[in-house]
Ligand binder design. Structure first.
Ligand SMILES: C[S@@+](CC[C@H](N)C(=O)[O-])C[C@H]1O[C@@H](n2cnc3c(N)ncnc32)[C@H](O)[C@@H]1O
Length: 205
């Protein structure tokens, strides 16, 4: 994702937090890529930090963040995160869990996300959902090693989720919002109708 515009899912989450008068002073994004969301959040006055296991992506993020308060770190979401427990008002998983290649890895990342969120803190997850033409096409022409997964031309793995997987994966959290957002997504040179889950969870108090 080379876009410098924030994800519409992150903008929607920010509106959600503001409209519901929920705290949003500090936020963390796992798998932040080149930093579009963290930079956007920092410009909104949030103390925002993003991390990614790709040093190349973090290098670009840092250079794009010049003149803002956005912070970036190289770190692997499936290992211990370099943040204190109970330290963030909210967390963002914007197509990051989709890129983690095993259920064990995704679980470890979620466990760390829950650890670093404050009690009562919020998590937004934006993920591919099953059922759209995109899902049918990519799992047919380029299936990955898990059910409902695929591999892009550059070798990048992506998981598509169904309702049962969402329920199982996020079971330690209270679900506040669950929407299916219709989008179109590129695969190679073609665009396909796609569906995303837009989810908001709360860590128990
Ligand atoms: C689809 S991109 C999304 C980037 C960003 N969230 C955005 O919305 O622009 C997924 C990102 O997750 C990162 N990623 C995948 N597995 C990771 C892991 N185990 N730890 C940290 N980052 C990871 C990739 O390097 C990539 O930058």
């Amino acid at each position: 994702m080379d876009s410098q515009a924030a994800s519409s899912g992150v903008e929607k989450f920010f509106d959600f937090l503001q409209n519901n008068k929920m705290p949003y002073e500090t936020g963390v994004e796992m798998g932040c890529g080149k930093g579009r969301n963290v930079i956007w959040l920092a410009k909104k006055g949030i103390e925002a930090v993003g991390f990614d296991f790709s040093p190349a992506a973090i290098k670009v993020a840092k250079s794009r963040a010049k003149g803002t308060t956005a912070k970036f770190i190289v770190s692997d979401a499936t290992k211990k995160w370099p943040f204190k427990s109970n330290s963030f008002d909210f967390g963002v998983d914007c197509f990051a869990s989709t890129d983690i290649e095993s259920e064990i890895g995704r679980r470890k990342a979620l466990k760390e996300m829950i650890r670093v969120l404050k009690p009562g803190g919020y998590l937004m997850a934006y993920l591919h959902a099953v059922g759209a033409e995109f899902h049918k096409h990519v799992t047919k022409v380029a299936p990955g090693h898990e059910k409902n997964s695929f591999v892009r031309g550059d070798g990048k793995y992506e998981k598509i989720f169904n309702d049962a997987e969402i329920k199982r994966h996020f079971k330690g959290l209270k679900i506040l919002e669950k929407e299916i957002i219709e989008k179109s997504t590129n695969f190679g040179d073609e665009k396909y109708p796609n569906k995303h889950y837009w989810l908001v969870f709360q860590k128990p108090h």
